[in-house]
Design a binder for this molecule. Structure first.
Ligand code: HEM
Length: 405
């Protein structure tokens, strides 16, 4: 795509249907013409180069504490906003350091490894049902369900409450998406958030009295040098785990299957050689990243890529663009499941690097691995329509109809 020289470069262009559908040519234009762009329409800096994105995500001058206090909103809503202020994602050191250390004590690689058998059986159950029906919508029948059921399993949410958990998650997952919600959806999500917090609060009390082998029990009792998570900190970050872990993983699975089916030789490679699965997941995350951007607020002057960013200015960090930077990934628009020498930024970088990274990778490895093993004849359903989600922060699909031979 070519952008006429006279038009100001702005990420408003991402709203155009063609660009929303495939933003990568526009990202290339940004990287080539203005890699550190002052977007004069949105009054924000926009970073698209891999190196600059890494520098920004490591810089103490760029704060993650960017949530509004909510004071301007109607009664009740600021209370929910206060919850966000205690979530890892929106905290800076030293508060972030302390909370992340405590939460990481429960959120361990061992815990993720222990979940693998449960994830495999969840995937196989979903595939059994699809096989019985003879057709499948990858989003509805696999990608939306699996991550929330895995989080429920990990948290120790009783089986009978999982339908409700799915409904809550669907409603407020997009609260992390500052572009994708109208006012009615926002207030609906806030009401659901209140209900979810009340539910979690009861569950925390139950587990505190009778701990089990689950994340809620562990977080409720985690301690370091006499320091513990407060009740609010615990609840806020349990909400974050569901909000940050659901749709992101859904989009990994949906985008990933679509990319594979559009590159049949890569799909055949995966079906023929299961040892490719781990690097395939890494590459699919790079190629079409579920989280396209994150945001920061400058709290001190800082130079990035030769431009001076001033305290008080906001910075859009384009992970999706950085993941297609030819300086970091030779031939970046090519899907290559064997690519192994790269550092994709799909999970972010620096102190806020995704806490659920190992879990998301495990889910991806198991889901793509089981799909390749059980449905090697998978193909796009020519009678169906691939429908894209409209968010500008998250990138994913609403529907992905498939069939198999
Ligand atoms: C943070 C992506 C799955 C929990 C992040 C960030 C990214 C990301 C880019 C950093 C955002 C920033 O720096 O502003 C993804 C992707 C996923 C995924 C692409 C799936 C493919 C998960 C899962 C969980 C999770 C499954 C938990 C169950 C978190 C948490 C943070 C985070 C708690 C905040 C960490 C911090 O601020 O210290 N994720 N995520 N994520 N993610 Fe994920």
């Amino acid at each position: 795509m070519t952008v006429p020289d006279a038009s100001p470069l702005t990420i408003e262009t991402l709203r155009e249907p063609v660009v929303r559908h495939d933003p990568y040519p526009f990202y290339r234009t940004l990287r080539e013409r203005a890699p550190v762009l002052w977007d004069s329409v949105r009054w924000q800096w926009v970073l698209t180069r891999h190196q600059d994105v890494m520098t920004a995500l490591r810089s103490p001058a760029l704060s993650a504490a960017r949530m509004s206090s909510g004071d301007e909103l109607p009664p009740g809503v600021p209370t929910a906003m206060a919850l966000f202020a205690r979530q890892l994602l929106f905290l800076d050191p030293p508060d972030h350091t302390r909370l992340r250390r405590l939460i990481s004590k429960a959120f361990t690689p061992r815990m993720v490894e222990g979940l693998r058998p449960a994830i495999t059986s969840l995937v196989d159950d979903l595939l059994d049902r699809a096989l019985e029906r003879g057709r499948m919508d990858v989003v509805d029948d696999l990608a939306l369900t699996l991550p929330v059921d895995v989080i429920a399993e990990m948290l120790g949410v009783p089986r009978q409450d999982r339908g409700q958990l799915r409904a809550w998650s669907g409603s407020f997952g997009r609260l992390l998406d500052d572009e994708g919600m109208d006012e009615a959806a926002f207030f609906g999500a806030m009401t659901d958030l209140g209900e979810f917090v009340e539910y979690l609060s009861d569950l925390v009390e139950i587990r505190r009295r009778a701990p089990r082998e689950d994340l809620i029990s562990q977080l409720a009792t985690v301690e370091e040098h006499g320091d513990q998570l407060s009740r609010e900190e615990l609840l806020a970050n349990l909400v974050l785990v569901l909000a940050a872990g659901h749709l992101t993983t859904t989009h990994l699975l949906g985008n990933g299957v679509l990319a594979l089916l559009r590159h049949p030789e890569q799909w055949r490679l995966l079906c023929g050689d299961p040892s490719v699965v781990p690097s395939a997941v890494q590459e699919l995350l790079r190629y079409d990243s579920p989280v396209q951007r994150t945001d920061r607020l400058a709290v001190a002057d800082v130079e990035i890529g030769g431009r001076q960013i001033r305290a008080g200015q906001s910075v859009v960090v384009m992970l999706g663009a950085a993941n297609r930077d030819p300086e970091a990934f030779p031939d970046p628009d090519r899907l290559d499941l064997r690519r192994d020498d790269s550092h994709p930024l799909a999970f972010g970088h620096g102190i806020h690097t995704c806490l659920g990274m190992a879990l998301a990778r495990a889910e991806g490895e198991i889901a793509f691995g089981r799909l390749a093993a059980r449905l090697p004849g998978l193909r796009l359903d020519e009678d169906g329509i691939v429908e894209r989600d409209q968010s500008l922060v998250f990138r994913g699909l609403r529907h992905l109809p498939v069939r198999w031979d």
